[in-house]
Design a binder for this molecule. Structure first.
Ligand SMILES: O=P(O)(O)OC[C@H]1O[C@@H](O)[C@H](O)[C@@H](O)[C@@H]1O
Length: 311
């Protein structure tokens, strides 16, 4: 029996199974056959498929699926540190923790629920976390799949500590692309960026789009809230929308670096592009009791949409 959007029952659109480590993972479906899978391991979105069943996120064929390491691919959550800009492990500890399902999350705007299948996850600082990062927090993540197949991630971080704390953050989205050499990013031109390949020095983007012909590892500062990733060969465009996240990080390790990484398959760097909605240059500071919200929405449109219509 088919479902129209009006009678679609979001409760039946969710299924809980186990991931590779026996940790729960949640499958979200929409009425047209699109799906998203979220592991409680790191609250990592590990799959996002369109209504034709095509995978839209990259996962390495050599991904190491061993708790507590985050799998190479999908969308790991980088918190409370993005990259190596602090004293914590690379990209922070949240991606290596087992989150729980949040049965009674504080309310979000009705638009973030209506017509969507979604799951709410929560991570609270453990005694172990407090040893390396002595700030009590509650991190709530909603992952939602809309009836049009868009993937929405909403992070809410609350300071439940007696003192202010600061953190950096990123949705480390591994997009699946046909061939990195054929891909361009529009929306970042003329921006300043920090180049991780030259000691985070600041430069200004000169090109009229970002294209790829070698390793690239940058943080674009004060980026617009909509960025388009055009994949000419697949004739499709990813649209990345963000709110509450000033920066966009862009990463592709290229051949030499990916070969040196145990969890990358041969030449797989060609099929991957990381575009992260992030808060990196200026960490977010929360006073006791304050909450921060950062959202990222991913959608895919045919490449016949020109970027002027999107940006
Ligand atoms: O190997 P990791 O910890 O998942 O990080 C992957 C990459 O993530 C990017 O965001 C960083 O800018 C890179 O420098 C880093 O190599």
């Amino acid at each position: 029996m088919g479902h129209s959007a009006a009678v679609w029952d979001c409760r039946t659109a969710i299924e809980i199974t186990k991931d590779w480590n026996g940790i729960d993972q949640v499958m979200l479906r929409n009425p047209h056959g699109a799906s998203a899978k979220v592991s409680l391991h790191g609250a990592q979105v590990v799959s996002w498929r369109n209504e034709h069943g095509e995978e839209l996120l990259f996962t390495s064929s050599k991904a190491i699926l061993k708790h507590p390491k985050a799998m190479r691919g999908g969308i790991p959550i980088c918190f409370p540190q993005f990259g190596n800009c602090g004293s914590l492990e690379q990209h922070g500890f949240a991606r290596n923790k087992v989150w729980t399902i949040d049965e009674c999350p504080p309310a979000l705007h009705p638009n973030d629920s209506h017509g969507k299948s979604f799951i709410d996850l929560v991570l609270k600082s453990s005694d172990e976390d407090l040893k390396c990062w002595p700030h009590s927090f509650e991190f709530r993540l909603r992952v939602a799949l809309s009836s049009h197949g868009e993937l929405l991630l909403i992070s809410r971080v609350r300071n439940v500590n007696g003192k202010p704390f600061s953190f950096s953050f990123g949705y480390h989205a591994h997009l699946s692309v046909s061939d990195i050499s054929e891909v361009r990013i529009e929306g970042l031109e003329t921006l300043d960026y920090l180049d991780n390949l030259s000691r985070k020095e600041r430069y200004t983007e000169q090109g009229d789009a970002i294209t790829f012909e070698s390793e690239l590892d940058r943080v674009y500062l004060g980026a617009p809230n909509v960025v388009a990733v055009l994949d000419h060969e697949r004739k499709r465009t990813y649209v990345v929308r963000k709110e509450g996240l000033p920066d966009i990080a862009v990463w592709n390790p290229w051949e030499k670096k990916s070969k040196a990484m145990a969890d990358f398959g041969d030449d797989e760097y060609k099929q991957m592009l990381c575009v992260d909605g992030a808060a990196i240059e200026k960490p977010i500071t929360l006073k006791p009791g304050e909450e921060w919200t950062g959202r990222m929405e991913l959608s895919v449109v045919p490449s016949s949409f020109c970027s002027e219509q999107l940006l």
